[in-house]
Design a protein around this ligand. Structure first.
Ligand code: YNC
Ligand code: MG
Length: 405
């Protein structure tokens, strides 16, 4: 098993032996740029490499079409992620993005795009070490080209391209089990439009319940409750960056964002009126005009595969948050729990206002403090976190157990 992954600089299952012993953290292997091939490995006959220029709307649309038809589905093939062109730009073009890290495969004759993989730069802190790393995502192969060992070719190619830019470590996530997760999270879902989720087969009707009981259970307050909550603006970037950096310091693994990254990830500036909003961010400003909290979510729709009535499900994903309440020493856990519940409940009001059907969150950061109270239920999806060419001790998921991403 793992014919390809066994050849890669990743930890193997079982190799660290006793789970109570800790390993020394660091790179698994080191190379120099001079050793890295300047040209890509050849592809199967009839296919060629290409660079996808996402600033070009027609190339962006090609990537969107490939992903829309062939990207990640749930186990029962009922839903498939449908990243909008706006969210693709947001996700793949943060500060420091590189065109050469948007790699495609075309059929040589038709020029049709049949496979894709992308990486973005990220400053990734693991405990006390900050890695100048890549985050790899959007690996996708056309359904007709599956199981031909093309995925390893794409992975080796993105590795080569990262290496050529002096990047030797990467982080990536997936629902599949590979050697070897550094952390694992579970997805949680909070129904907003319960009836639609029921109709598409996402939410079950519990025995002894009735649709109207479920609809009432998931009713959302009309108004937000936190004093001083407002939409985040550009003038808040410095304060939010400072607050977020201090908040994330308590986790064992987190991205480190500079101000430009905070602005990109939290204040998606729409370049033109046609572009859809991708991310929603709110701050709490106190009576002294200090930013004491912020919370954000982003939009990711899923296509409903072959449904007579519904074409898509609009999901909001809880993104980053931070609060001064969690930064007191010692941490007052009850106060933090109360504050996070208020903030998340307020975002639920906005999710409803902006027509989301479901609110998703992972079992990371301090989410365990509010998931149950806010009526999020565990889903069957897991998300595994992987590090490439970096040995690290496991990072536990869940509340207080220090992880993020
Ligand atoms: C996966 N998701 O195990 P072994 S997540 C990594 N991530 O290798 P083939 C995967 N590896 O077991 P297919 C993987 N899925 O023999 C499969 N593999 O060692 C491994 N789905 O290749 C698999 N997108 O080409 C096996 O398989 C080998 O034709 C088999 O293609 C797979 O973006 C795939 O789920 C996933 O489009 C492309 O099924 C295809 O099935 C597909 O015969 C739907 O491949 C979409 C989907 C994956 C979403 C994601 C993160 C990707 C991370 C890749 C690893 C990056 C490493 C770091 C590189 C940079 C380093 C630096 C610096
Ligand atoms: Mg293949």
């Amino acid at each position: 098993a793992y014919k390809f992954w066994a050849t890669q600089p990743v930890p193997k299952f079982g190799e660290d032996g006793d789970p109570d012993t800790t390993v020394e953290e660091g790179p698994i292997e080191t190379h120099t740029i001079e050793d890295i091939p300047k040209a890509p490995a050849p592809l199967l006959n009839g296919f060629e490499w290409c660079e996808m220029d996402l600033t070009n709307d027609s190339e962006l649309k090609e990537v969107w079409e490939l992903l829309n038809g062939h990207y990640v589905e749930d186990n029962e093939a009922m839903f498939r992620f449908n990243y909008s062109p706006s969210i693709l730009k947001w996700a793949m073009m943060p500060p420091g993005w590189k065109k050469q890290w948007h790699r495609g495969v075309r059929a040589s004759q038709s020029k049709k795009l049949v496979a894709f993989i992308a990486a973005i730069p990220v400053e990734l802190r693991i405990r006390t070490n900050v890695l100048h790393a890549a985050e790899v995502n959007f690996l996708c192969i056309h359904k007709k080209l599956r199981s031909k060992r093309l995925a390893p070719v794409l992975i080796k190619e993105i590795t080569r391209l990262c290496n050529l830019d002096g990047v030797w470590q990467a982080i990536y996530t997936g629902g599949v089990v590979l050697p070897k997760p550094v952390s694992t999270c579970r997805y949680f879902h909070r129904a907003i439009n319960w009836l639609k989720l029921y109709e598409v087969g996402f939410s079950p009707l519990p025995p002894n319940s009735k649709p109207q009981f479920q609809i009432r259970k998931y009713a959302v307050p009309e108004r937000t409750s936190t004093w001083g909550l407002r939409e985040m603006q550009k003038k808040d970037v410095n304060a939010v960056q400072d607050l977020l950096t201090r908040y994330l310091a308590k986790y064992d693994m987190a991205a480190e964002w500079d101000k430009a990254e905070v602005e990109h990830w939290l204040l998606h500036n729409k370049k033109d009126a046609l572009e859809e909003q991708v991310v929603w961010s709110y701050v709490v400003e106190d009576a002294h005009k200090r930013i004491t909290d912020f919370i954000s979510f982003y939009c990711l729709e899923s296509s409903v595969i072959n449904h007579p009535k519904h074409k898509n499900v609009r999901a909001a994903y809880l993104f980053y948050y931070a609060t001064e309440t969690g930064l007191a020493t010692p941490v007052d856990k009850e106060a933090l729990k109360k504050r996070l519940n208020e903030l998340v409940s307020d975002t639920l009001v906005y999710c409803k206002k902006y027509n989301f059907d479901v609110y998703n969150a992972l079992s990371l950061m301090d989410n365990g403090l509010f998931l149950e109270d806010q009526k999020f239920g565990p889903g069957d999806g897991q998300l595994h976190y992987y590090l490439f060419n970096y040995r690290a001790n496991p990072i536990a998921g869940g509340v207080d157990k220090r992880n993020r991403l």
